[in-house]
Design a protein. Sequence first.
Length: 278
Amino acid sequence: MTIFLLGVKFAINICPLFYILRHYSVFIINCTVFCLCSGQVFSQVNVEKELKRLNAKIDRANVRLDSLETKNMESIPELKSVIQNNTQSQTYLDSLNENILILIQNLDDKISVLENKTTYLENKLLTLINSYREISNMKPGSKGNNVVEKLTPELYIDKYNESLRHVQNGDFDFAVVGLTMLIRDDPQNRLADNSQYWLGECYYSKMEFIRAISEFENVFSFPGTDKDDDAQLKIGMSYLAMNNIVDAKIQFQKLLDVYPDSEYAISARDHLEQISLE
């Protein structure tokens, strides 16, 4: 009985729920469908709005890009002009620097030429002074050494003076012929060492410095010669003319050591000081 009553009570309570579900199920379903459809419509509307917003942004960005591109295109000619001007300026500066370096090199070359000419003129002057001094001191008819000579003393002196005149006039080839003959024909003559020295001077003046050094060194083979210090100076000057600084210094220093009282010691000392400054 109790179970029956409970069943009746449950039926009474549950039946209204079934009634409500029955009568309102269509409404609920319609509402659900409406909500779902409304959501889709609302979502589509939102998407379209978002797309429009994004498209608007893209359009504005394109407008800005077009504006920037236009400005860049307008700036390109000016930029090219600036680059071209800078390039031209750099090219001009490079050319100017190159020209300055060339001018400096030319000046150095000219200075070097002038120094060489100065040295040559100094040597020429010294050569002329010595040659005139020897001619003025020469006495025709002077007797030579007590040896058998192939040339008479008078003829030897005449040939010797003639050779010195060739030296003074710059006719070095003629002087070489005459001096070589004197040395060959009468090597024991009292002027043979002088002839040997002036033969070296001829080759020095012809700028044949290696041959000049050889001829100057032959001066020392004549016993008692008074041209040894002259020859020693010219050996140093020959090396200097060949830009052989090491050997030039050795020869100038040798003159100071071996011939400290020579009249050419001052010249040797001057050359050494000049070399030390370079």
